[in-house]
Write a protein that binds this ligand. Structure first.
Ligand code: NAD
Length: 483
């Protein structure tokens, strides 16, 4: 399988190159080898993508919802049929094991295309009776949408943004993370193959400057970013200059509360999924694991035992269930946090070091006796580092769980149904879990509160963020003016 794409960008239905742009090497995180090279978009490339999208959007919005939906559903079918190849590409782009990518990445992208494809024909306005008069609303597209992606889920992120955008009649210009530029190109190519007009979904490469140029362009009506809080602040502020619509899917430091009546095996399973899946590079991870002191020893014993089943082999081998960090830079960040955790007095239960192999690996790491003020308990680490904190009292743990600027996710494990709902009702987070962690079906809205973001992806909630209502008042009688 060739990993080098035909060209760096996909614009107006074809691959386009401009080697005048800064080169970006694509590095396979499992080995550190350069596997491909793309070039950042030059101003000419950015202009071409926006022109193509503007033209295609008008053509696309003129179709019926049924026709638009058919294209999205066809794209979903193609993605599913090519799941193996797309998963191998995703594994090379991110380093995530094939065991994960075959189950989650292209398939969740296909789910979004299928779901919003099915919904496209149902996106209508309302009839509002007003006595003799009446009003109606029309649900209109916004225009050209820009998507900017993080590096942890490159296929899923473009699909989660593009599927609702296209269903509503918008066009997309997507900029993947410079760390993982490969997968989004395939999605744009597949949409074309499925019958989308040329220019409807464009992918251009580049670092932050390219993203910034897109966000400030007057041809753009909406910006959807998946990234860190510092980038979110910049993008939100830049979009505000022309009052653009925004969706911000940002970082988190989410709490996972394990009460003393929880099923220990399930709670350990939830904590593993919420900390070590994708080697911890998941925004919604429950990285502050509050464990009731009565079950702390049992929890740590089972956690350590189950972590001995981690397999850190070749990510393409289906037996491998744990991959490397996406980049050397990300590994360095995570290692600095691990050192800080030790310096600040957290107790290392396991991991904390690297395996002896090329690439950007870190062993899954668990700290116990973590206290609320420690740096590892306050900062988003975005790596395989679980912090276990003690608690006794329900009200106290909820206050501590909420004592963060973030508000992306929260989870509780308990067999007491009343306590589960009471706790969730008080937790300040957009996406919550009871006796589970990190499920993200397309049918359920996903997003954060507080610094973790604005807007929601997935479910019918996403439609509100990719369309606008036009209200039309219709007078049936004479106009009664005062003069
Ligand atoms: P990042 O913020 O460094 O970069 C995200 C994207 O923004 C990249 O494509 C980057 O090139 C672009 N960018 C950077 N500066 C920009 C600017 N000034 N204008 C426009 N675009 C700019 O994030 P990352 O390191 O790629 O990803 C990790 C972060 O993303 C973590 O904080 C994680 O929590 C968050 N994340 C959130 C979600 C979510 O859905 N809430 C999902 C995945 C990742």
């Amino acid at each position: 399988m060739t990993l080098q794409p035909t060209a760096s960008h996909f614009i107006d239905g074809q691959y386009v190159e401009d080697t005048a742009g800064d080169p970006i090497d694509v590095i396979y995180p499992a080995t550190g080898e350069v596997i491909a090279r793309v070039h950042a978009a030059t101003p000419a490339i950015i202009d071409r993508a926006l022109e193509a999208a503007t033209r295609a959007q008008a053509e696309w919005a003129a179709l019926s919802g049924t026709e638009r939906g058919r294209v999205l559903r066809r794209a979903a079918d193609i993605i599913r049929a090519r799941n193996h190849d797309l998963s191998v590409l995703e594994t090379h782009d991110t380093g995530k094991p094939y065991q994960e990518t075959i189950a989650v990445d292209a398939t969740s992208g296909a789910d979004a295309l299928e779901y919003f494809g099915g919904m496209a024909a149902t996106l209508t306005g309302q009839h509002i009776p007003l006595g003799e008069d009446w009003a109606y609303t029309v649900r209109e597209p916004l225009g050209v949408c820009v998507g900017i992606g993080a590096w942890n889920y490159p296929t899923q992120i473009i699909c989660w943004k593009t599927a609702p955008a296209l269903a509503c009649g918008n066009a997309m210009v997507f900029k993947p993370s410079e760390t993982t530029p490969l997968c989004a190109l395939k999605v744009a190519e597949i949409l074309m193959e499925a019958g989308a007009p040329a220019g409807l979904c464009n992918v251009i490469q580049g670092r932050g400057e390219v993203g910034a140029a897109l966000v400030t362009d007057d041809r753009v009506a909406k910006v959807s970013l998946t990234g860190s809080v510092p980038t979110g602040r910049k993008v939100y502020a830049a979009a505000a200059q022309s009052i653009k619509n925004v969706t911000m899917e940002l970082g988190g430091k989410s709490p996972l509360i394990i009460f003393d009546d929880a099923d220990i095996e399930d709670a350990v399973g939830g904590a593993i999924l919420g900390n070590f899946y994708s080697s911890g590079q998941v925004c919604s991870n429950g990285t502050r694991v509050f464990v009731h002191t009565d079950i702390k020893d049992a929890f740590l014993t089972r956690l350590s035992a189950r972590l001995s089943d981690v397999v850190m082999g070749d990510p393409l081998d289906e037996a491998t269930n744990f991959g490397p960090m996406v980049s050397e830079a990300q590994r360095d960040i995570v290692e600095r946090y691990i050192a800080k955790g030790q310096a600040e007095g957290a107790r290392l239960i396991c991991g904390g070091d690297r395996p002896e192999k090329p690439g950007f690996w870190i062993n899954p790491t668990v700290f116990a006796d973590v206290t609320d003020g420690m740096t590892i308990a306050t900062d988003e680490i975005f790596g395989p580092v679980m912090c276990v904190l003690d608690f006794i009292d329900e009200a106290d743990v909820i206050a501590r769980a909420n004592a963060t600027e973030f508000g992306l996710s929260a989870g509780v494990f308990t067999r007491d149904i009343s306590r589960a709902h009471r706790a969730i009702a008080q937790l300040q987070a957009g996406t919550c879990f009871i006796n589970s962690y990190n499920d993200a079906p397309v049918e359920m809205p996903f997003g954060g509160s507080k610094l973790s973001g604005v807007g929601r992806e997935n479910a019918s909630a996403a439609i509100e963020h990719y369309s606008q209502l036009k209200s039309v008042y219709v007078r049936m009688g004479r106009v009664d003016a005062p003069y």
